[in-house]
Design a protein around this ligand. Sequence first.
Ligand code: FAD
Length: 424
Amino acid sequence: MNSNQKSTKSLYDIFFDVCIIGGGASGLAAAISVMEKNPTLSVCIIEKKDEIGKKILATGNGRCNITNSSCTELELVKAFLYNSGIVLEEEEEGRIYPKSGQAASVVELLKWKAKKLNVAMFTNCHVFRIMKNEEEGFDVHIDCANEKVFIPCTKVLLSCGGKSGPQFGTTGDGYGMVRALGHTVSKIHPVLMPIECEGIKASLKGIRAKGKVALLKEEQIIAEEFGEIQFTEDGLSGICMFNLSRYIKLDENSDVTLSGGFRQYSIEIDFLPQMEENEVIEFLKERRFFMASMPAELYLASIVNMRLGEEIMEEVLNNKNCTIGNITYEGIEEIAMLLKSSRFVVTGAKGWKEAQCTGGGILLDEINLETMESKLAKGLYVAGELLDYDGPCGGFNLHHAWLTGIKAGRSIAKAMAQNKVMGE
Ligand SMILES: Cc1cc2nc3c(=O)[nH]c(=O)nc-3n(C[C@H](O)[C@H](O)[C@H](O)COP(=O)(O)OP(=O)(O)OC[C@H]3O[C@@H](n4cnc5c(N)ncnc54)[C@H](O)[C@@H]3O)c2cc1C
């Protein structure tokens, strides 16, 4: 066990006013916010991994897409980050990053601030149970290097994340703990991940192309996105695919098999969303006229990714060596169809390890969303990905973690001040 303070004492002898379970984004925001409001309180973070903030380090490909300019209560989060020494820079689509482009700088600044405010941080400590105690507080039970100990506290914050990215410590431990305290957890599923599809030829792997993508369930469009599409060895990736993955939900209670459940979905790609299909046909006809003597494989060059264009031409033409002038009218129609509506059946989705977020979680109407306190268990607070919220890519999930952490921290400090006045 490592701690920046109080580590010499056995955990058996320690009492904390506030125990924060999970040292990720929401836990750090909460710990700092409690101590900023009331530095006389004793607050600890209990973290399962050997370091605080491991998942934050992996966010935004190591750049940390920290929030988004279209998020609600943006000023509150920006002020918290600014006061922690984090300088922000906005990029396209409102994505906000630390100016350095380094997630590590965010973690170091937050850890430093928490330390300066005397937050005790215990790492390599796995919380496995929270129980109400006789003092109207909680006992937090911990497995610390195979030794079972508990910490009594007055308020407890569960900020131990969801189930996505288990390699960063988030293995869904919080769901069982809140259920034991009376809460309901809606069905959870991995979201923001690549989608596995049938019919992706090996030769397409590595191609990146721009376009409009639609997710269809039984022929009905349920979500659409614009952006870069990446072809992988078994499917499609890229931010737009990650966002579409939020809508792939398997109905556990239906008779459909797992693979049948996925196959109800398909992805349709429009590589030329600016043009109608008839316009594409006219454009291709004109192009055939003045490029007639050129090799057919160059027909789509400079319109779409060159390798993608060659793959489309190979699929449509039997004769690899023909010229553009040899392409028939039916061939042009087929090319236009592949450019406007290439269809891939969904066969699966990457699981928890590749998912960036958890869909489902603790029901929001069981939580006071202003204070983040449980409506069912007084003194219990919840923040971050554990809650039934998931946002698209772009900084929305970290924003949710900072915001709910700040709110929880501030309201815990306020409630502790009221407790003290009442106890006097
Ligand atoms: C690869 C990747 C990239 C991402 N990129 C972005 C991005 O750029 N922008 C964005 O907005 N979102 C991003 N996300 C999502 C975002 O990181 C999370 O939604 C956010 O970190 C959730 O915050 P949290 O505080 O709820 O949980 P976390 O930050 O996951 O922290 C939870 C902590 O609790 C600890 N813990 C778990 N169980 C226990 C236990 N039993 N006892 C003690 N400790 C425990 C964990 O080890 C972990 O440190 C990304 C996610 C991943 C996986």
